[in-house]
Design a protein around this ligand. Structure first.
Ligand code: GRF
Length: 189
């Protein structure tokens, strides 16, 4: 039986697209069963529509608390029989309701070599710090900000004179290759 993945996003959704592509070309044996977004107008939603993937879009402001909207998310995840949650640019800390219901089944991708440069604007921060080796991390999600157990990492050396935009492009390319591979490994090996 193919497992069901829910992807959570807040923005552009290029990792979401890479995961869909891998499922379509047979390198990832899973159903991309649901997109969850906290920003109903984000571009990831359009990508879901293009691929006929159901979307649960919510506005956190419509709820009294994180617990309240996460209860609603968990209902949706159960309805779609989700086995694994893949955060891909979801710009919120995951709370206790999701963590308890999907223990060890929520993973995240981060555009830096954790534990360096957690949080937002990591690529820029690493670039401005002058690091010579850039990379990405895929990890299990816990209650902290990008602190959970590391599953895999990839890295590359900055080229002489490479701009932050060029580094960013290489980081995203690396993400798009690694995320589907790690999902396949977790689900099917
Ligand atoms: C990626 O760089 C990911 O590592 C970070 O947010 C970005 C999302 O990009 N968590 P996209 O929405 O998948 O294009």
């Amino acid at each position: 039986m193919m497992k069901n993945i829910a992807v959570f996003a807040s923005g552009f959704g290029s990792n979401f697209e890479a995961i869909i592509e891998a499922a379509n070309n047979g390198t990832l044996h899973a159903n991309i069963a649901l997109l969850v977004v906290d920003k109903p107008a984000c571009y990831a939603v359009e990508r879901a529509h293009n691929h006929n993937i159901p979307v649960f879009a919510f506005n956190p402001k419509d709820y009294d608390s994180k617990e309240a909207y996460e209860k609603e998310i968990v209902k949706q995840l159960h309805a779609y029989q989700i086995d694994l949650v893949a955060l891909a640019g979801y710009m919120r800390l995951v709370g206790s309701v999701l963590l308890e219901n999907y223990a060890h089944r929520i993973i995240n991708i981060h555009p830096a070599l954790l534990p360096s440069f957690p949080g937002t604007h990591s690529i820029e921060k690493a670039y401005n710090h002058g690091v010579k080796v850039f990379g990405i991390t895929i990890h299990y999600v816990d209650a902290g900000m990008d602190t959970g157990p590391i599953i895999d990492q990839e890295s590359f050396k900055k080229k002489e004179g490479e701009s932050v935009e060029e580094v960013e492009t290489r980081i995203h390319q690396l993400e798009h290759q690694l995320y589907p591979k790690v999902l396949e490994r977790i689900l099917n090996h």
